[in-house]
Write a protein that binds this ligand. Structure first.
Ligand SMILES: NC(=O)c1ccc[n+]([C@@H]2O[C@H](COP(=O)([O-])OP(=O)(O)OC[C@H]3O[C@@H](n4cnc5c(N)ncnc54)[C@H](OP(=O)(O)O)[C@@H]3O)[C@@H](O)[C@H]2O)c1
Length: 385
């Protein structure tokens, strides 16, 4: 039986992970978890998983109340609490379903403990990809991605020899505004942006899908995870989100991973470290599949993936600026402080104006630059008021 630490239990990936743990009590024991501000779900989780002994919450005020309410449970709070729970809880595998930069230190801490990391928090790889790769190479920790595209690619790559592969094709739905022209994006609202056509996800990734910054992050993720250069990775627009990614082989064949959009599948794959029988919404007949639509990716319509990949390729700590600026701009858009099209503009401004180091940044340097970038954006947003 595998002991699990679940970070971000109150989120979209977190709650789907709980479904899987609940459905397979012979394979998994939840020993510890974190939530952010939604502490009201803690009693329900504890009812389903009495095995839990360690919990982290975001706010100190919640920590004070919960500590008194559940004296037998060890509580933590804040960013430091997330690091501590990764060091002190009893677990074999950590599922990192946190959103944003908050997930980086936990990812690194889990791997430093030589534990298994099931990673949904793609921002960890965007910002700390080089550190994480080094930890995997030098330590005994393992990493399994939780992202439909990367699980698809991992499955497909396991079936062919590396020399047979010409390209990885990462599919993209195009997000909530895929039917709008670029000039029509000036007036869109957060409510419109939050209605994703094929996936139900947390707010930040839904906005990242609408700008397609998410796809830029996923290309970086693929470069880090599979050691593929950018020339061998291509974005392919696909409306239905059924084809999760493809391999283009040198013999002209295309291999595709096809299933209905349901994150339970990729989560179960990572938790079991392999294929499993899992009750997904299944497609039983081939005749039920399709029709499927594919389009060429247009970098003028969606510049964000190019901004992301260029930042990664320039190296150094530019992806820290990229990620922090994007996170700040996405939340500013959600709060109605900036228009949708300013998300990319703010990211580009931060990348152009914040001085960065070309060398390989340490975690300390990343943390400093993240804070500096957030301060830079904060000042810009305040000036705009
Ligand atoms: N959703 C998907 O289908 C999907 C697919 C592939 C990859 N991903 C990736 O998976 C990650 C999670 O996405 P999601 O859609 O599940 O996000 P979400 O629904 O917004 O959930 C995020 C989780 O992180 C917690 N959290 C946020 N900020 C925190 C902080 N500063 N300290 C502690 N906890 C914090 C939230 O807590 P509270 O809500 O309690 O405040 C929540 O539990 C993202 O990196 C995303 O890109 C998601």
């Amino acid at each position: 039986m595998r002991k699990i630490l679940l970070l971000g239990a109150s989120g979209s990936i977190g709650s789907q992970s709980l479904d899987i743990l609940k459905g397979d009590p012979k394979s998994f024991l939840l020993t510890s978890f974190s939530v952010g501000k939604r502490v009201e779900i803690i009693p329900d989780i504890l009812l389903s998983f009495p095995s839990v002994s360690h919990i982290c919450v975001q706010k100190e005020s919640d920590y004070d109340v919960l500590k008194a309410q559940y004296p037998s449970i060890h509580f933590y709070f804040g960013d430091e609490g997330l690091r501590q729970i990764c060091e002190e809880a009893d677990y074999d595998m950590a599922v990192n379903a946190l959103v944003g930069f908050a997930g980086l230190v936990p990812s690194i801490t889990v791997l430093r403990q030589d534990k298994i990391l099931a990673l949904a928090n793609k921002e960890s790889l965007v910002v700390g990809g080089r550190i994480i790769k080094k930890l995997l190479k030098e330590g005994h920790g393992k990493l399994y991605p939780i992202d439909s595209e990367h699980v698809a690619i991992a499955k497909l790559l396991s079936r062919v020899k590396p020399e047979e592969v010409e390209k990885i094709l990462i599919t993209a739905s195009g997000g909530s505004f895929r039917n709008l022209k670029r000039e029509e994006l000036a007036q869109v609202t957060p409510e419109m942006a939050l209605a994703h056509p094929t996936w139900s996800m947390g707010a930040k990734i839904t906005i990242d899908s609408a700008t397609m910054m998410n796809k830029g992050f996923e290309v970086i993720e693929a470069m880090v995870l599979f050691d593929y250069p950018i020339e061998k990775i291509e974005i392919l627009m696909h409306d239905e989100s059924h084809v999760h990614s493809l391999l283009k082989l040198k013999d002209g064949t295309l291999l595709a991973d096809v299933s209905v959009p349901d994150m339970h599948g990729p989560i179960a794959y990572a938790l079991h470290e392999t294929h499993v029988e899992f009750e997904l919404k299944r497609v039983h007949k081939l005749s039920e599949l399709g029709p499927y639509h594919f389009h060429k990716y247009d970098p003028h319509r969606y510049p964000a993936p190019m901004i992301a990949v260029n930042a990664y390729q320039k190296g150094g700590d530019l992806t820290t600026i990229l990620n922090a600026a994007n996170e700040m701009a996405v939340y500013a858009f959600l709060e109605g402080k900036i228009p949708f099209l300013s998300i990319e503009k703010e990211v580009e401004k931060a990348l152009a104006n914040i001085p960065y180091d070309g060398g390989e940044p340490s975690l300390r340097q990343i943390l400093t630059l993240d804070a500096l970038t957030r301060h830079y954006l904060q000042q810009r947003f305040e000036r705009k008021r």
